[in-house]
Design a protein around this ligand. Structure first.
Ligand SMILES: Nc1ncnc2c1ncn2[C@@H]1O[C@H](COP(=O)(O)OP(=O)(O)OP(=O)(O)O)[C@@H](O)[C@H]1O
Ligand code: SF4
Ligand SMILES: [Mg+2]
Length: 339
């Protein structure tokens, strides 16, 4: 059994304009100790899906199932969710300032986090653990800096503090929602490396939401490609880059700027994302798909690609078309740079 098993997750919001179908039947597995990358353009439901799993989506109608380590999280009492959040599932967001309290020293916040889950830990022991954690995520002079306030840290250092808080209780799963988007490129790489080191040391599973296919190439074991609140394709990383099946994934890979080519430009997938209030019938990608045909007026199920274990695609095109297909040059470049 996977560490996290999400099945047929639906999340809807009532708005003055109508019902927003933010997530429409998402299923995914996160294996223990593995990294799952979630990609897809803005508004595809990545954040709503992951926040719903941890009970952080307010005012939504939720259906489906999300079983974490044997416990059903959807509809679980707030007390259960509070226990799971932090202790078993750590979370990191794009903007650490929104999660760190501006008026308290960072060390104090780590101490509170630890003691909120276990009152038997003394303040002194929790503080010592806070210093250790800050050192572990690469904050220089951690013992002195433990009493500094969030504004006294750079963006990259604040993100390290967030990671320290997220892993303070040794969670089995870390959910990182675009953890490096707000950072410059060098700092991004450092923060990702910290996450990878923690994963190797503690065997933490990671769900990373990212717009950066370079991050996927570096970090992911498996990838989920979301579109219009659904998974369009699920595959092991190499399989996704070398043998994508879904036309939307192909479009995303084509939009990848090759790092090696000076002046290479990102070419987004042409067309607009689907309306979430009035989703198109049939395949949600149909209005933008260069291969659409009559069958696509029905909803394609997410089905296995034969001969490719762990590879699923929600597209009616024959699954044989991926065989031997050359990956886009930029994707090869990303993979060659990956470990
Ligand atoms: N509280 C809410 N009420 C109404 N609609 C919402 C609410 N929260 C999110 N949505 C809508 O749900 C859809 C999915 O949002 P979500 O934040 O999950 O997208 P995302 O894939 O994380 O995008 P991004 O890459 O920009 O972060 C969006 O259309 C968003 O406007
Ligand atoms: S099901 Fe049809 S419209 Fe949808 S991605 Fe496949 S070919 Fe394109
Ligand atoms: Mg988001």
């Amino acid at each position: 059994m996977a560490l996290l098993e999400v099945r047929d997750l639906h999340v809807e919001f009532d708005t003055p304009d109508g019902v927003v179908h933010a997530v429409r039947g998402l299923s995914l597995d996160v294996e223990r100790g593995a990294t799952l990358a979630v990609v897809g353009e803005s508004g595809s439901g990545k954040s709503v899906a992951t926040q719903t799993i941890t009970g952080l989506t307010r005012g939504a109608r939720v259906r489906g199932s999300a079983v974490f380590d044997g416990t059903e999280l959807l509809g679980a009492p707030e007390e259960t969710l509070r226990r799971v959040r932090g202790a078993q599932i750590g979370m990191i967001f794009q903007d650490p300032l929104s999660s760190l309290h501006p008026y308290y020293p960072v060390g104090w916040q780590v101490v509170e986090m630890i003691r909120a889950h276990d009152r038997s830990v003394s303040k002194a022991a929790a503080r010592e653990r806070a210093v250790e954690l800050l050192a572990l995520v690469g904050i220089p002079r951690a013992r002195q800096r433990v009493d500094d306030y969030p504004h006294q840290f750079s963006g990259g250092m604040r993100q390290r503090v967030m990671i320290a808080m997220a892993v303070a209780l040794d969670p089995a799963l870390l959910i990182a929602d675009e953890p490096t988007t707000a950072l410059d490129v060098t700092v991004q790489a450092q923060v990702l490396e910290v996450m990878q080191q923690l994963q190797e040391r503690f065997g933490t599973a990671i769900v990373i939401i990212t717009h950066d296919l370079g991050v996927v190439a570096d970090l992911a074991d498996d990838v989920v490609v979301m579109y219009g609140g659904r998974a369009m394709e699920v595959a092991p990383r190499r399989e996704l880059f070398y043998g994508p099946h879904h036309p939307y994934t192909e479009g995303l890979l084509r939009s990848l700027p090759s790092r090696g080519e000076p002046g290479a430009r990102l070419t987004p997938v042409p067309g607009a994302p689907p309306s979430l209030i009035d989703p198109p019938a049939g395949c949600p990608f149909r209005p933008r798909c260069p291969h659409a045909f009559a069958d696509c007026h029905d909803q394609p199920p997410l089905r296995p690609v034969p001969g490719a274990p762990g590879h699923l695609s929600a597209c009616f095109l024959p699954t044989t078309r991926t065989a031997g297909g050359a990956p886009p040059a930029a994707a090869v470049h990303e993979l060659q740079e990956a470990p």
